[in-house]
Design a protein around this ligand. Structure first.
Ligand SMILES: [Zn+2]
Length: 274
């Protein structure tokens, strides 16, 4: 079934694993991720960022997922980094089972108020909500202003907003890491010791297995992977086109990219559930 992330993350917290949240960009990446969920028998969260919806259409990805999902482990469909109430509401109306409202750039009180409004609306439709506190590097920070999530504020944020999960700033970054990332695993422990809300790690592409494992042990229940899948898709597509320069039918060269996304997603699933 296509269920809420709240349901998946409660099980993950109890089972001390993390549910991988995999960003999709097109039909082929949806196909690859669903094939990986099927082959492993593990739940995944499929997610799209607003820029993806601007590219392919707001209703397109949920429609593809609902058309292609054919049973097996439960999955959820999530809006990643929703920037305002409008896009969250439209995704909820179109069938998403989960949305993120990212108010992390706002002052604390405004972030709380925005997240609570979205959570109240989403919960009335049986949809889960992820909030964010602190900054995740790569896109959100302005130079020199990365802030780690304050554990006491995280507790207050969860209580005041009713959010179902919380993305934390602990040193990860979106995109490709320059140099070795330094992740504040202790901070995850401190936050998890103050609140029961499942914690979310963004920017996991490029972290070592050991670091990801230690983040899960510290209390992370959902881990977002986007770059790793995009890299797998793109490099397989380049190889396939180079190997078949005469090909003009996309159905001949795209299956290699689907397979590459499937393989990358299977690796991620193995890491998050092991
Ligand atoms: Zn993110």
């Amino acid at each position: 079934m296509i269920v809420t992330t709240s349901l998946l993350l409660k099980k993950a917290k109890a089972g001390a694993y993390a549910v991988p949240a995999l960003n999709v960009d097109n039909l082929e990446s949806v196909m690859g991720v669903l094939l990986a969920a099927k082959s492993t028998g593990k739940s995944v969260i499929i997610q799209t960022i607003p820029r993806t919806l601007a590219y392919g259409g707001e209703g397109s990805y949920i429609a593809m997922v609902r058309a292609l999902y054919d049973g097996g482990a439960d999955i959820a469909m999530h809006l990643d980094h929703g920037g305002d109430e409008g896009i969250c509401a439209r995704c909820i109306e179109s069938g998403y089972t989960s949305v993120m409202i990212d108010g992390s750039a706002l002052p604390f009180e405004e972030n709380v108020a925005l997240t609570k409004r979205v959570a109240d609306f989403a919960h009335s439709r049986n949809v889960s909500v992820e909030g964010e506190l602190g900054t995740i590097g790569g896109k959100e920070e302005t130079a020199g202003s990365v802030s780690y999530t304050d554990p006491k504020q995280a507790e207050e944020f969860a209580d005041l907003t009713g959010a179902d999960s919380l993305a934390v700033g602990v040193g990860t970054a979106h995109g490709v890491y320059k140099g070795t990332p330094r992740i504040a695993v202790d901070r995850i422990y401190e936050i998890a010791s103050r609140t029961d809300v499942p914690l979310v790690l963004h920017g996991a592409s490029g972290l070592s297995r050991e670091v990801v494992r230690s983040c899960i042990a510290a209390g992370i229940c959902k881990i977002n992977f986007a770059t790793q899948l995009r890299q797998a898709f793109t490099s397989a597509l380049r190889r396939s086109l180079a190997a078949h320069p005469e090909a003009f039918d996309p159905k001949l060269y795209l299956p290699d990219a689907v397979e590459a996304v499937k393989n990358a997603a299977e690796e991620i699933i193995d890491l998050c559930y092991s």
